[in-house]
Design a protein around this ligand. Structure first.
Ligand code: PMP
Length: 392
């Protein structure tokens, strides 16, 4: 029986950049210990107080169908958080609760693009972006940034790609580079969106993980709230990756449009999960800081470990739970380097190439194991790179 082309086209059927990750998993399953620095999963679990709120909600009966756009309490809580943090007046009608940010990214594109439309995204990108766009029958068009501009997208590059496009997807703080877009960059993006009538889809799932500079939501820039869809999530901010709860914040008409999608796909998010998310958000910044602190600390440790040599250079990580390392001085590509590192040292990192053309010659390291093991692995990586550079 023939399967649908649209789903086959999500990955293009070829290598999806996860070869190193999959190989590391196979090694672990066959009993070889591997230091896993590939994916963005915290080394702490969801806070027990959040789990207690989840348990209490479930036991008090919130286990039936929940309101499809999200519970009134969670929508109001998210709206208030966004109003307070961005200064943009936001009401529950601007919020749709989704099963995680990933579903939010899919929904956001679904809301504003039609089959055959062109959707822009910035390269290097979070691994699912092109597939999410293609899953909707859209043309995914990357705007490639360069390490030479610190992976910040330039206004001229976006301008050059904008003609005929429907939407632009950005992500700051960024996965995989760890950079944060400056106000100037965001202002340039906003100007292009207005001039070319583009919808802006702003993935802000790392908004609580800021080490340097400030996170600015582009929805708060002049004339942008009516054309911006913000994707948020509890996954990274509250170590709730497995709970699958996030949101889209957008103009009311967009949210009404998306409720139709939610009714016909997810039919909402479990009520007890939403109650736990509501509880977690009411704990405010102290709880978010507890979750962010290990990454802030390890990012500092990374900078110290890299000092005094120039074979491995870090793209200055301003936020998120990753560092992108430039290993071009070894003469190797990211993929070869990551494979060789896995074989020689049993350390798994993601090749930059998994995230697009912009990150060739880089590897992404997730700072997601305890400090001592993390530092040990980093030193081994640096020594491995130095030996390769010498052999060059
Ligand atoms: N956007 C980015 C940039 C991410 O890194 C991730 C997860 N790694 C997501 C969205 C999706 O996260 P979730 O679905 O868990 O909210």
């Amino acid at each position: 029986m023939k399967l649908s082309n649209r789903l086959t086209n999500v990955t293009g059927g070829g290598s999806d950049g996860w070869d190193v990750f999959n190989r590391a998993r196979r090694m672990i399953n066959s009993g070889t210990p591997v230091t896993e620095l590939t994916i963005g999963e915290h080394d702490i679990r969801t806070h027990p107080d959040i789990l207690a709120a989840m348990d209490a909600a479930a036991r008090s009966g919130h286990t039936g169908y929940a309101e499809v756009p999200g519970t009134a309490r969670l929508r109001a809580t998210v709206a208030q958080r966004i109003s307070e943090r961005t200064g943009v007046p936001t009401t529950p009608d601007n919020i749709l609760i989704t099963p995680g940010g990933q579903a939010g990214l899919f929904a956001a594109h679904h809301a504003v693009c039609d089959q055959g439309d062109t959707a822009l995204y910035i390269d290097p990108y979070y691994a699912t972006y092109p597939g999410t766009i293609r899953a909707l029958g859209l043309t995914a068009k990357p705007i490639v940034t360069s390490p030479d501009t610190g992976f910040q997208p330039t206004k001229s590059a976006i301008e050059a790609a904008a003609d005929g496009a429907k939407s632009l997807l950005i992500n700051s703080p960024n996965n995989p580079t760890g950079i944060i877009y400056s106000r100037d960059v965001l202002t340039g993006i906003a100007e292009v969106c207005k001039a070319h009538d583009l919808w802006l889809i702003s993935d802000e799932v790392y908004d609580t993980q800021v080490w340097d500079g400030a996170h600015i939501s582009p929805r708060s820039l002049p004339g942008m709230s009516e054309r911006t869809l913000v994707v948020g999530s509890m996954s990274k901010s509250h170590a709730m990756t497995g709970s699958r709860v996030g949101w889209v914040c957008a103009p009311k008409e967009v949210i009404s449009h998306l409720i139709t999608l939610a009714i016909h796909t997810t039919y909402g998010v479990p009520g007890y999960i939403q109650d736990a998310a509501t509880f977690a958000l009411h704990q405010g910044e102290p709880m978010e800081e507890t979750v962010a602190a290990p990454f802030r600390r390890r990012r500092e440790l990374t900078m110290q470990a890299l000092a005094g040599q120039n074979v491995v250079r870090a793209v200055p990580a301003q936020g998120a739970m990753y560092v992108m390392l430039d290993i071009r001085a070894t003469g190797m590509g990211g993929e070869d380097f990551a494979n060789a590192l896995l074989d020689a040292e049993h350390i798994a990192v993601m090749p930059g190439e998994s995230f697009g053309r912009g990150a060739v010659g880089h590897v992404r390291v997730a700072m997601t194991i305890d400090d001592d093991r993390y530092l040990g692995a980093l030193h081994k990586l640096i020594n491995f790179a130095k030996a390769r550079a010498k052999a060059e």
